[in-house]
Unconditional design. Structure first.
Length: 349
């Protein structure tokens, strides 16, 4: 079989959720962000495993994701939509009990007119300048919005992965100024904010990447395990080159394995001549460029020819691999392609 094998460890996912949950006081609810198909790992499977472990609230980016998630989860868990209530979303929000995080007066008006009395949250902008109402806009509508009973007031930190960044405290202060005294449950923190400490937790935290084994949660257990089958091996003489552009040339006789997986599978081309695959903990350098469907690896030092080499797992985290490609773990995860044979392990069913 010439496709990689992606194993998603749902027990590790649940452990990560519980470990992040344990970072806040017992009165604080820990939700789960499962946008972008659960960071590429399958929103339905991920969310069902977390719901069984006790998660009661999930966040997605778009109403369409919320609709798919509702089908996977059934009635019960709350599904919140970061992009709010967009034109065309009304039926999905209404029929499937999605909770839009309203981002503007326009969205607030749309929601109140189309679905009066139905639940909503409010997203406030505290300095990221991406989504949410700004201070002046919020001041103008807060009274009306609060009278309608929002389920949540939320904002998002721009720099939470940098513990000492001054913007963290500035956004915390702005969030307090906009929400203190409202009596409405509040949420400011994603994975990074959970790790900043209790004053950032409020009533609800919303970790995403840490659940899936990514930084800034450096104690996360790996969730994605990806093994690429070796299709062929060959011996090279000194002076022979490997791959497109002949960018790597053997300095001495060596042994090269060609594995199934390439940039069409989300294995980012920039890791050519930089990244590593692993065999029983032994690193094996990627040599030459990453092709669309293939990667070439130096296995000269291995005592046996492996059937497959691991590119994600115990020996290499999503962030290690991201470093080799000049990107972040989030992008490695959400790039994982559709060609892999996907297996789910654990998760209590
Ligand atoms: C993606 C996202 C999260 C989760 O962020 P992580 O860094 O993955 O934990 C939380 N809140 C909002 C608004 C987001 O867009």
């Amino acid at each position: 079989m010439a496709t990689g094998s992606l194993t998603i460890d749902l027990d590790a996912l649940v452990r990560n959720w519980k470990a992040l949950d344990a970072r806040s006081d017992s009165g604080v609810e820990t939700a789960a962000v499962v946008k972008a198909d659960g960071y590429g790992l399958g929103a339905g499977r991920v969310a069902r495993a977390l719901a069984r472990a006790g998660a009661r609230r999930f966040f997605v980016a778009a109403a369409e994701e919320g609709a798919a998630l509702r089908e996977a989860l059934g009635r019960g868990p709350e599904i919140c939509v970061f992009s709010g209530h967009m034109a065309g979303d009304t039926d999905m929000i209404g029929d499937l009990d999605l909770v839009p995080m309203l981002n503007s007066v326009e969205q607030l008006t749309r929601h109140f007119e189309a679905l009066p009395g139905r639940p909503f949250g409010i997203q406030l902008d505290t300095g990221m300048n991406r989504l949410g109402m700004e201070m002046a806009e919020w001041a103008a509508v807060a009274e009306i919005a609060l009278a309608a009973g929002p389920t949540l007031l939320m904002s998002h930190l721009a720099c939470a992965d940098e513990r000492d960044h001054p913007q963290n405290a500035q956004q915390l202060e702005a969030f307090r100024a906009m929400t203190d005294g409202t009596g409405v449950p509040r949420s400011l923190s994603a994975t990074g904010g959970v790790l900043l400490g209790p004053e950032y937790h409020f009533e609800l935290t919303r970790p995403g990447v840490g659940l899936y084994g990514g930084l800034p949660f450096d104690e996360a257990a790996p969730v994605a395990h990806l093994a690429l089958p070796v299709i062929q091996t060959r011996e090279l003489e000194a002076g022979e080159s490997v791959g497109y552009g002949a960018t790597w040339v053997a300095e001495e006789p060596c042994r090269i394995a060609t594995v199934a997986g390439g940039y069409a599978d989300g294995l980012i081309r920039a890791m050519g001549n930089r990244g590593y695959l692993f065999h029983d903990g032994e690193p094996c350098a990627i040599v030459g460029r990453v092709s669309m469907d293939l990667i070439t690896v130096d296995i000269t030092h291995l005592s046996e020819t492996p059937k497959a080499l691991e590119i994600l797992g115990q020996d290499q985290s999503v962030d290690d691999l991201a470093d080799a490609a000049g990107t972040i773990g989030y992008e490695v995860l959400t790039s994982l392609g559709g060609r892999y044979a996907r297996h789910y392990s654990g998760g209590a069913g």
